[in-house]
Design a protein around this ligand. Structure first.
Ligand SMILES: Nc1nc2c(c(=O)[nH]1)N[C@@H](CN(C=O)c1ccc(C(=O)N[C@@H](CCC(=O)O)C(=O)O)cc1)CN2
Ligand SMILES: [Mg+2]
Length: 292
């Protein structure tokens, strides 16, 4: 059984980026610049944005964190995005999700200029992804592809079962795994809350991507022996005995599934770290397109 360690894979991706940036700096170019907008002070979002800012610094990117009050109006947020769209010094823009209920996520996503859409959530980016055109791929599915590549997991002709159909993970993941490229060419089944016989379908999966947001949902009796298990879950579960007062749980019951699987990503220390690596790669691409 192989543990697909996101720390090792993400460090490798980030080191390649660091070297590339260092070369660009040596040529006298400016640094790539990522802008992140954080609305409110959700604990998990704070952590993720802080990890993004830290990764920028490690690689040699500039970053700007724009913090807005939980009560900010939708109009003010859209204006903030427009200002960043018009700022020639900014290469990539992301708005950390989820947003407060009074703000339309769709409007926010569509306001980010497609050239700066490093999260790959804009309909332009999604349409290009579906058509197999070069574009910004959403960071989590992109990070998973980078992980498959790092550990050289063979995917061609395999049956991949994706659990969850979110725009951020499940849907783009199903497109990537079924596309014609080195770590694609799978036959993909996408499962969701209305799927009948989910367990039987999972048992057919050579690869399972669990992205439904329900802690420890995938159990050992749902997994074919030797399957590759990709756990996208990151639910914080209260635990008074833990240092931070909570534990992060994946969508896979790790201990039991690890006895059946051929390879598995841990949580934490798996897909989450690759998400940041994917975002950093997108930011460098956005920058390169803008300076060339
Ligand atoms: N604008 C976006 N919002 C959200 C995205 C996204 O890609 N863009 N994805 C998720 C959250 N996410 C990125 O923002 C994310 C999730 C997890 C991690 C991560 O580093 N996880 C660590 C554990 C960190 C911790 O909680 O202590 C791990 O798994 O080891 C980074 C980014 C929703 N929103
Ligand atoms: Mg700048």
């Amino acid at each position: 059984m192989q543990v697909l360690d996101g720390k090792i894979a993400s460090q490798s991706v980030k080191e390649q980026l660091r070297q590339e940036v260092s070369q660009l700096m040596a040529e006298g170019k400016r640094a790539p610049h990522l802008a992140a907008i954080l609305v409110g002070s959700n604990g998990a979002s704070e952590t993720y944005v802080a990890n993004k800012v830290k990764s920028c610094a490690e690689i040699g990117f500039e970053s700007t964190l724009v913090r807005l009050e939980e009560t900010v109006s939708e109009e003010a947020l859209l204006n903030t995005i427009q200002n960043l769209n018009n700022d020639a010094g900014i290469d990539g823009i992301l708005v950390q999700l989820p947003l407060p209920k009074h703000i339309s996520e769709q409007k926010v996503i569509e306001t980010i200029h497609p050239d700066k859409d490093v999260d790959g959530f804009h309909p332009n980016s999604v349409g290009k992804l579906v058509q197999g055109l070069e574009t910004f791929v959403p960071a989590t599915p992109y990070g998973i592809m980078l992980m498959l590549e790092h550990f050289n997991i063979s995917t061609k002709g395999k049956h991949a079962v994706v659990i969850g159909r979110s725009n951020i993970v499940g849907r783009p993941m199903s497109v990537l795994l079924s596309s014609n490229h080195a770590y694609g060419n799978c036959t993909v089944t996408i499962c969701h809350s209305h799927t009948a016989n989910l367990k039987e379908i999972c048992l057919q999966g050579d690869i399972i991507v669990a992205a439904l947001g329900r802690p420890e949902f995938v159990k050992a009796d749902m997994v074919k022996p030797g399957a590759v298990i990709i756990d996208v879950g990151i639910t914080r579960v209260n635990d008074a005995t833990a240092k931070k007062g909570y534990r992060i749980k994946g969508d896979v019951a790790y201990n039991e599934v690890a006895t059946v699987a051929g390879a598995i990503t841990p949580v934490p220390g798996g897909v989450g770290l690759m998400t940041i690596a994917g975002l950093m790669k997108n930011t460098l691409v956005a920058y390169k397109r803008r300076i060339s």
